[in-house]
Design a protein around this ligand. Structure first.
Ligand code: ATP
Ligand code: MG
Length: 194
């Protein structure tokens, strides 16, 4: 049987319950063998707007978050590739690694709304099935490409909000996994949290 592989890309600065709940539920709903939480090397659409945590630290957090979870894997293809991260290239790498597999590109609706700004998005649409999950917030205009919807618990969490909470000294318990929280604390990724 050919593998069914999900590509869930993100900055993961930090990875949180919204990401993890999405990944396991999409995997279950679409019977995927594996979902990669693919850590963007240089998130080109975010670069210049704020300080981004070094890719290796974001990768370490994602690895820690998925360590005990069946079927989820931290992906470092984009980090190893270097330079800006384009989903079209990552899908090509994945199909070289897993010949004959079916690929699924998983996005929250905020990311899906911007799909047509992605580098070579037609290639992404041609080489994978676009999977969209709702995120709490304003309804957004979705792309004119075929996509499938997967219903996942709506968790009103974002990495931006979590970074702000940490900055204010508010707790992140249960919003990120315990190993991720320890890493944020130990490496002072978002300041000393005081
Ligand atoms: P930031 O606030 O820094 O943009 P984020 O929480 O949006 O962080 P990203 O790394 O930007 O996280 O997102 C990676 C992917 O995860 C995107 O497709 C995004 O839509 C999706 N995503 C993020 N948070 C959630 C959530 N709470 N529920 C569902 N999908 C989510
Ligand atoms: Mg985001």
């Amino acid at each position: 049987m050919p593998l069914r592989i999900g590509l869930f890309g993100g900055t993961f600065d930090p990875p949180h319950v919204g990401h993890l709940v999405t990944a396991v539920n999409v995997r279950h709903a679409l019977r995927l063998d594996l979902v990669y939480l693919m850590v963007a090397n240089v998130p080109w659409q975010k670069a210049g707007t704020r300080e981004i945590t070094p890719a290796e630290a974001r990768f370490a957090m994602v690895e820690a978050a998925v360590a005990d979870v069946d079927g989820l894997e931290a992906g470092r293809l984009e980090i190893d590739h270097g330079g800006p991260s384009y989903t079209a290239d990552t899908l090509a790498d994945l199909s070289r690694m897993h010949p004959g597999s079916s690929l699924f590109t998983i996005v929250g609706d905020d990311a899906a709304a911007k799909f047509e700004t992605w580098e070579r998005y037609e290639e992404v649409a041609a080489n994978s099935t676009l999977v969209v999950v709702d995120r709490p917030g304003e309804p957004v205009q979705l792309p004119r490409f075929p996509w499938v919807h997967v219903e996942v618990p709506h968790l009103e969490v974002s990495s931006t909000d979590l970074r702000n909470r940490w900055n204010d000294g508010r707790p992140l318990d249960y919003l990120v996994t315990e190993p991720v929280l320890q890493m944020i604390d130990r490496l002072q990724l978002y300041g000393d949290g005081a």
